[in-house]
Design a protein around this ligand. Structure first.
Ligand SMILES: NCC(=O)CCC(=O)O
Ligand SMILES: [Mg+2]
Length: 336
């Protein structure tokens, strides 16, 4: 009895033909992860010869500014194109008005100079946001009701971004989610001659619970007043809104956009890339890193294979690059 009618195109079409040998799997592979896709986030601290572990991010170390030159050389040798800098500011430097954020000689600004002096070809991305500098740990200025005010914050962010450009930052990356900050930063950069400074906008940044270990790493968890950032970061329930946010930031002068967190939001990465067709980045955030490490350390997941698979998934979703704490390890694995 023939069952061919119920079998459709089989056996003319056998999906397994292409999978049977390594050469044909390689020829038909749709996406490739390379070292060119990787951006390493770096936590920088004061001091000399100082390294500090981050308990909730095993393997991640904060580095003092003087250690950045050696780190930059290692990263260039690995072929990693860029780093994203995050300063860990002493509590004594934090204030209500976040004035340390735009100090020409601040920690972030000195870190940029150290990296660019050591390895001019390593791209340096700076974080534009006030949370490391505010005494309340929120990303902007707070009014007497605890609300994060938009327009006054934007002015401080523009000053901060300008101070990063002056220090030599290649890309400023506003992660604060205030409205209109991309336009204000672009105007400040243009007016001051920084016409080639790129803006990577954290355009679709969600109010996510996956950032917990990062807040430990930068020391803003303990002092986060109000607890939530939901009045400026996006609701995890929303997808269309991410496209609206990205379109606005592109119109205001962003060169690249970022979706954050990463793996739980790959649908957003995919929609942004398909619909807007601009350089799109995703951040595999601290919570994603921590949960992977927990599974590796328990022997529940195979470390190397899962790291590479997790990063390849971003490429399949449409990301042009990934900010990941696994960048160095992944670069080494890709060299093999
Ligand atoms: N602006 C950076 C973050 O907000 C968090 C990143 C992370 O959780 O890795
Ligand atoms: Mg926005």
């Amino acid at each position: 009895m023939s069952t061919s009618l119920s079998r459709g195109p089989y056996p003319h079409t056998r999906m397994r033909r292409l999978r049977a040998q390594d050469f044909s799997r390689r020829l038909s592979r749709e996406h490739l992860l390379t070292v060119d896709d990787l951006i390493l986030p770096l936590f920088v601290i004061e001091g000399r010869g100082e390294t500090q572990r981050v308990a909730s991010m095993p393997g991640v170390e904060r580095l003092s500014v003087d250690l950045l030159a050696a780190k930059a050389r290692e990263l260039v040798a690995l072929g990693i194109p860029a780093v994203a800098l995050f300063p860990v500011v002493d509590p004594a430097q934090k204030s209500e008005d976040a004035r340390a954020a735009y100090d020409r000689d601040g920690l972030a600004q000195r870190a940029v100079r150290a990296l660019k002096e050591a390895e001019p070809e390593l791209g340096v991305i700076t974080d534009v946001a006030l949370d490391p500098f505010t005494s309340h740990g929120q990303d902007g200025l707070m009014d007497k009701n605890g609300y994060i005010v938009n327009d006054d914050t934007v002015e401080v962010l523009a000053r901060q971004a300008l101070s990063h450009a002056e220090a030599g930052a290649d890309i400023v990356a506003p992660s604060d989610m205030m409205d209109g900050r991309i336009g204000a930063i672009r105007a400040a950069l243009e007016q001051n001659g920084w016409v080639n400074t790129m803006i990577m906008s954290y355009a679709a940044k969600y109010a996510s619970a996956y950032y917990g270990p990062f807040r430990d790493a930068v020391g803003s968890a303990g002092n986060l007043k109000g607890g939530s950032k939901a009045s400026y970061q996006m609701d995890p329930a929303n997808g269309d809104e991410a496209l609206h946010e990205c379109a606005l930031d592109l119109a205001e002068g962003a060169d690249m956009i970022m979706v954050k967190p990463g793996m739980p939001y790959l649908d957003v990465v995919s929609r942004v890339k398909r619909e807007l067709q601009v350089p799109t980045f995703a951040y595999q955030v601290s919570g994603e890193y921590a949960m992977h490490c927990a599974a590796f350390d328990n022997g529940w997941l195979a470390r190397e294979a899962v790291i590479l698979e997790s990063l390849l998934a971003f490429k399949r979703a449409g990301a042009d690059g990934i900010l990941t704490y696994f960048a160095e390890e992944a670069a080494r694995l890709l060299q093999r």
